[in-house]
Design a protein around this ligand. Structure first.
Ligand code: DLL
Length: 433
């Protein structure tokens, strides 16, 4: 079902007009209410009056995760803090998270975006949606939750983890929709097979999967094992959270809610806008956000855009699969991890050198996260119990910054290869393409 026909099926000319009007408003808003944006625009020699239509967007400077880090936590706030009703956060490149702030209208617009996704998957008010994305600072749980409530579906705020209870609720409450990362869906499928719960006692029909890259093969596997139809949902904290984009029944690309989030594809090196259909870095401008609007935010996600009308009737632009990233961010068990975060933590520990090597793999449908860490001569020991204590200490320190538990392998001094140039610190053995 199409939730908001007037926007989702709007003709291109009217959409560009709407985007232009909204861009003008958001540029006025940040120029007058957010000093860093104003200074950036002044440096680039652009005034709000230079922005008349959506075509003028190319005159505006880019923004990035680094800006959010530099102005952490409130520097890019564009309304008084009293207007903010909630915050979320995502991984920064080092120890500090990136904080995003939402006004009441921002929350409502985000829920509208998410509701369009759920409706496109065929869900409605008679459905029971189990939200098994993590609740908390991560946008997955509460984002999917608000969308599900806005749709009028019965919403189960499960959060991630506690597998036995997940299955119990899924069966007893008759969940028809499951929202979680694709890798967690596979894990739940496996747990369901082992649980002995007969498949006919589970009513699931639709999966709302995203927050990490996944393949067609993985889709088929989940669909087969859970007996459902699996749909992609895309989003990122800086732009709001889940619901920036969604697949329709045609599953031929991910529609972007472009009346709210304007997409561009740029050359990752030069920043030049690329012709339609060319692969490049996705850039978003939020067109209706009040709390912390993002202007030409560099996502680092690599994809392309498709403007052809979709057979579902929607005219909303589609993007192809995310083919990778232009930075070194890893997504492990749905959590964004930067190698620089690991390095920053190791630098605070007396016992170790900041020499490390990360290996990521997928074993039994779960991501593994191993880190070899070089121990200083003085602290390296053959005594197992001493090394075990150190192992736990490092794991705890990394967990508290990164948000997931690594498997630490302390190694002897000088065993990790030193690099002559750029250090290669990651081996990601998973295959997404
Ligand atoms: O992952 C928001 C989200 C939650 C999306 C739940 C979907 C479902 P972040 O933690 O800020 O936000 O991570 C954003 O995750 O730039 C992509 O690299 C990646 N990503 C998100 N959705 C998808 C997807 C949430 N469907 C980063 N396919 C993004 C591939 C995805 N990658």
């Amino acid at each position: 079902m199409i939730w908001n026909t007037s926007v989702e099926c709007m003709d291109r000319e009217s959409m560009r007009k709407l985007q232009g009007e909204r861009l003008r408003n958001v540029v006025e808003h940040v120029y007058h209410n957010c000093a860093p944006y104003r200074e950036r625009m002044q440096q680039a020699g652009v005034k709000p009056s230079d922005i008349q239509s959506i075509d003028d967007i190319v005159k505006l400077p880019f923004s990035s995760k680094q800006d959010l880090r530099d102005y952490y936590p409130w520097g890019l706030l564009s309304v008084p803090q009293s207007e903010i009703v909630k915050i979320h956060a995502s991984s920064g490149t080092t120890g500090k998270p990136i904080v995003m702030a939402y006004t009441r209208n921002d929350v409502a617009n985000w829920a509208e975006a998410g509701t369009r996704c759920l409706a496109a998957y065929g869900l409605g008010k008679d459905d029971v949606i189990q939200v098994s994305y993590g609740y908390g600072l991560f946008t997955g749980g509460l984002g999917a939750h608000d969308a599900s409530m806005n749709l009028g579906a019965t919403t189960i705020p499960m959060s991630a983890g506690n597998t036995e209870k997940q299955l119990l609720m899924m069966r007893d409450l008759g969940a028809t929709g499951l929202a979680c990362t694709p890798s967690y869906a596979l894990y739940l499928a496996e747990a369901l097979e082992k649980s002995g719960i007969p498949r006919n006692e589970i009513k699931l029909k639709v999966g709302i999967f995203g927050a990490e890259p996944w393949t067609e093969e993985m889709r088929k596997e989940i669909e087969y094992r859970l007996g459902i139809k699996a749909y992609d949902i895309y989003g990122l904290t800086e732009i709001s959270g889940p619901g920036v984009g969604f697949e329709c029944e045609c599953q031929n690309g991910t529609h972007l809610n472009e009346d709210l989030f304007f997409p561009e594809i740029v050359d990752p090196k030069t920043g030049e806008v690329l012709p339609e259909g060319t692969e490049g870095e996705l850039v978003f401008t939020t067109l209706s956000k009040e709390g912390m609007p993002m202007i030409r935010f560099r996502t680092h996600d690599l994809t392309h855009l498709i403007y052809e009308k979709c057979s579902c009737g929607r005219t909303l632009v589609r993007m192809g699969r995310i083919l990778g990233r232009t930075d070194d961010m890893l997504i492990i068990r749905g959590v964004n991890v930067f190698p620089s975060q690991v390095e920053a933590v190791l630098c605070t520990l007396e016992e170790v050198e900041p020499h490390f090597f990360i290996t990521v793999d997928r074993v039994n449908n779960t991501d593994t996260f191993d880190i070899e860490v070089e121990v200083k001569e003085k602290y390296y020991s053959d005594v197992m119990s001493e090394m075990e204590l150190l192992r736990k200490k490092i794991a705890h320190a990394i967990h508290s910054v990164v948000g997931i538990q690594p498997n630490i392998k302390p190694v002897a001094p000088n065993t990790i290869e030193r690099s002559q140039g750029k250090a290669k610190r990651v081996n990601d053995k998973r295959k997404f393409k």
